[in-house]
Design a protein around this ligand. Structure first.
Ligand SMILES: [Zn+2]
Length: 273
């Protein structure tokens, strides 16, 4: 590839020079995007990737055999391979040894149950029953903390996402006390917090507080297809705005994943009994 074919933005070049892990750890092969495209992006832009497969109820992968097949197809020496654990049922669908085969595992708090037991995907308007906003927030924060405490994931992605109907009130609803509770849960469980390029979440204020509390961060896009991958613009903005150092970032492979640690400790189920 000749020099003209490279399109490494000045902001990304600066991250590379300063030892930041320039990896989009939330890349999906959706909308026709192929592993070859992801490798080409790496060569062209300098952004490496973790390619994540969605695993859970209602998704393409619902059992260990599906994990085996995905890993056989997607493992590549230049990229990482990740499990996006979906919904809350995933802990019943897979075994811990299968989950521990991934380079890392992540989840979000976008599928939760309300006090009446209704399963809600927060990005699907028809499923969301918000009711009184502050009561909903308490439930969302409690669910997020329970996920980070119980589920053996390495990254909390799409962090602090709110359903459309509440998103306009984000700054009021994510009170200091609520921010503090989810940040503390991430820190005590050593779960990294994604800086999500597509949703532009979480906010600079949240990231500064999380950094002060000792959290680690990752870059991620959560692309829906081929055309919305971008160049991690929000992440590079937040590095600058919040003074994040390379040491503030989490990278796969530095330490065993949470599921690998649980397995090594003799745990046999995804959730310790
Ligand atoms: Zn995703």
């Amino acid at each position: 590839m000749n020099a003209a074919a490279y399109r490494i933005s000045p902001a990304l070049a600066q991250l590379h020079e300063n030892n930041y892990p320039v990896i989009d750890l939330h890349t999906h092969l959706k909308g026709g995007l192929t592993l070859d495209d992801v490798i080409r992006r790496f060569h062209r832009t300098g952004i490496n990737a973790g390619v994540a497969v969605n695993c859970g109820l209602g998704f393409a992968i619902t059992n260990d055999a599906g994990i085996d097949q995905a890993l056989a197809e997607l493992r590549h020496p230049l990229t990482f391979t990740a499990m996006q654990a979906e919904g809350r049922e995933w802990v019943e669908l897979f075994t811990l040894p299968a989950v521990a085969r991934f380079d890392y595992v992540f989840t979000d708090a976008m599928t939760i149950r309300n006090p009446a037991g209704k399963r809600m995907r927060l990005w699907i308007r028809e499923e969301v029953e918000v009711g009184e906003p502050d009561a909903f927030m308490e439930q969302l924060v409690a669910s997020t903390v329970a996920i980070l405490d119980r589920e053996p994931v390495d990254i909390w992605v799409n962090p602090t996402y709110l359903p459309d109907v509440l998103a306009g009130d984000y700054d009021r609803l994510w009170t200091p006390e609520r921010r503090q509770r989810v940040i503390a849960a991430a820190v005590r469980n050593q779960v990294a917090i994604e800086i999500n390029a597509r949703l532009r979440l979480p906010t600079a204020r949240f990231l500064r507080e999380a950094k002060a509390a000792g959290a680690r961060f990752t870059f991620g896009t959560n692309n829906g297809g081929r055309d919305d991958l971008g160049n991690l613009e929000y992440g590079t903005e937040m590095v600058r705005e919040c003074g994040l150092k390379w040491q503030d970032f989490w990278v796969p492979g530095l330490n065993p994943t949470r599921s690998q640690r649980a397995l090594a400790a003799g745990q046999r189920q995804i959730i310790a009994p």
